[in-house]
Design a binder for this molecule. Structure first.
Ligand code: GLN
Length: 604
């Protein structure tokens, strides 16, 4: 194992997907990382997205799920969030490779004349650039320890055979040869469907996709087959024969009650043995230690007492759009021994317009909001649903319902306060009303170091607590400052701060200049907090993010004991008893991820 010294060879695990997309390749790859980490190795990861966008910054959450933000300001695919959460690491923007980034690097080189008059081609120039990128990025330490990791898990997005991914499959074929046997392990995630008429597990799609993989110069060491139930022995045998993969290297990823079971599922089927064998690591690995994962996965299944959190947002039809947010809520709920129930409320359904046009929808939305134990208004761009979010914030403030506003959600809370308490009827953000006479949220750009003309305040920035006697400072363990990730252009207008504070709201966290408001609180409310940053990106299973923990604790009436503990979250875990009297039957359907939703089919 690498302790930072000595020359050693990086080991690579490549995860590809076949048959269909959406097999959970990202979570599988993360779980493989968890398993290797449990065997004592340091693990890093790279996600390849074969699209032309340079990064995920411009992509709609409707289409692609949330844009995940890294410490360095990288706007990346949400799978990097899975890696960070599962492996407890911090990745860099370069850990997400896209076709756009590779072509841009090659074209920049070409313009500089670095190719010395040669014809620049996909093979070898693009394929070389891909391999160099992987080798370079794999060496970046991501776990806070010096020196490179032992193993790099590379996930190739998309499905084998896609036109878009061809340069990557070619490059990876060359790469496997270059790093050599014993340093490269290919895991192919595939689907074994069951035809309901005959109830038979069908192997043909997997056979075809493995054939496709081989024709591209890639040989799978392990097959990970998604199927509803465990694969039958004869099915494994057939796959083994046709795909030339030993039966013991064929793993079934059958449906589990929550995704934390996945590393356990892999371990139970001895996936680590197969990987360690392919990577020549048998001698130095320890038996996987997954105690913490096991107890968390089991605990999550046992939780009965629900805590209902209403998410009042824009993309409520697609849970991937708010993936990190859901995870952060889940981490907090599990640590407080509560079963998370998310009530999705499209913000515009709360607006007066909907009352006129679609009264039933309006009534249903308000009923959900009123039935919730806590309200969360997430980040967002664009003015759709803004008035509905303001109504939700007002409702939470006036009725003393625990409230957390994130980024746009914080701006909403300030606008609502200015309108209702200062009586400034047209108070608004200049993002939504450039001509407002009372701009309490204004454009406060920050020059980007990496994007020409970029104005977004992106990545990790420091927040200093202004007073220690406030809920947020206590939740963060009485630290003087915190580093959290940002992604926004607008902020609370510093010229309006004293007026707002005189009226009773308190800006308890600011940046180093004192000009940027980072945290806002209502001191006389059970829990009413807004944060200009996105704490959800740094929440981890077992280490829930402070403000989410506060929201959920307040929503179940436990905030006091939490603040008194001054410890997050372990001190808390011991204090809270396990509830036995919940109405489990009401939420009988077990979701894939431990998050229960009042909205059909929407869970992460
Ligand atoms: N649209 C707002 C801004 O740019 C909020 C952004 C966000 O919520 N991420 O400041």
């Amino acid at each position: 194992m690498n302790k930072g010294g000595g020359v050693k060879k990086m080991k690579y695990v490549l995860v590809t997907g076949g048959v269909v997309s959406g097999l959970g390749k990202g979570v599988t790859a993360s779980s493989i990382g968890v398993l290797l980490k449990a065997c004592g190795f340091r693990v890093t990861s790279i996600k390849i997205d074969p699209y032309l966008n340079t990064d995920a910054g411009t992509m709609s959450p409707f289409e692609h799920g949330e844009v995940f933000v890294l410490d360095d300001g990288g706007e990346v695919d949400l799978d990097l969030g899975n890696y960070e959460r599962f492996l407890d690491i911090k990745l860099t923007r370069d850990n997400n490779i896209t076709t756009g980034k590779i072509y841009q690097a090659v074209l920049d080189k070409e313009r500089r004349g670095d190719y010395l008059g040669k014809t620049v081609q996909v093979v070898p120039h693009i394929t070389d650039a891909i391999q160099e990128w992987i080798e370079r990025v794999a060496m970046i330490p991501v776990d806070g320890q010096p020196g490179p990791a032992d193993v790099c898990v590379i996930e190739l997005g998309g499905t084998i055979g896609d036109i878009e991914s061809m340069p990557f499959t070619e490059a990876l074929g060359q790469f496997s040869y270059r790093v050599g046997a014993g340093n490269f392990c290919l895991i192919h995630v595939s689907l074994v469907p069951v035809l309901s008429v005959v109830g038979e597990q069908k192997t043909k799609p997997t056979q075809h996709s493995v054939r496709g993989l081989r024709s591209l110069g890639l040989t799978p060491n392990i097959l990970a087959c998604r199927s509803t139930l465990a694969l039958e022995e004869n099915v494994k045998k057939k796959l083994s024969q046709f795909c030339h993969v030993p039966a013991e290297n064929i793993i079934t990823l059958y449906d589990v009650s929550n995704i934390w079971h996945l590393p356990l599922l892999l371990r139970d089927q001895k996936a680590h043995e197969a990987i360690l064998g392919a990577l020549n690591l048998h001698g130095i690995a320890r038996d996987p230690n997954l105690k913490e994962w096991t107890s968390r996965a089991e605990l999550c299944d046992m939780l009965l007492e629900p805590v209902r959190i209403a998410i009042v947002g824009k993309y409520t039809g697609l849970s991937d759009s708010y993936l990190s947010l859901l995870k952060a809520l889940l981490h907090a709920s599990v640590s407080l021994r509560k079963k998370l129930v998310v009530d999705w409320i499209p913000a515009s359904d709360l607006e007066d317009e909907t009352a006129k046009e679609n009264p039933d929808v309006y009534k249903a939305a308000w009923k959900l909001l009123k039935g919730s134990d806590g309200v969360l208004v997430p980040g967002g761009f664009g003015d759709r649903g803004v008035e509905g979010k303001i109504l939700a914030a007002k409702y939470a403030r006036e009725n003393r319902i625990p409230f957390l506003g994130i980024c746009l959600g914080m701006q909403i809370a300030v606008i609502e306060f200015a309108r209702s308490i200062l009586g400034l009827q047209d108070a608004n953000s200049t993002e939504f009303d450039p001509d407002t006479k009372n701009p309490c949220v204004i454009f406060m750009p920050e020059g980007s170091k990496t994007h020409l003309g970029g104005t977004m305040r992106l990545g990790s920035r420091r927040t200093y607590f202004q007073v220690m006697d406030c809920k947020s400072a206590k939740l963060y363990g009485n630290r003087g400052f915190i580093d959290e990730r940002h992604r926004h252009r607008y902020e609370v207008n510093p010229d309006m701060v004293s007026r707002l504070e005189d009226a009773g709201i308190s800006f308890t966290g600011k940046d180093e200049t004192g000009q940027r408001m980072e945290i806002v609180e209502l001191p006389n409310h059970p829990y009413y907090i807004g944060a200009q940053f996105h704490p959800e990106f740094k929440s981890r299973p077992g280490k829930p993010s402070a403000l989410f923990l506060g929201l959920v604790a307040a929503a179940c009436g436990q905030l006091d004991s939490l603040s008194h503990a001054h410890k997050i979250p372990n001190g808390m875990a011991k204090k809270v008893s396990l509830y036995q009297n919940g109405n489990a039957t009401k939420f009988a359907k077990i979701p894939a991820d431990g998050i229960y939703s009042s909205c059909n089919g929407v869970h992460a």
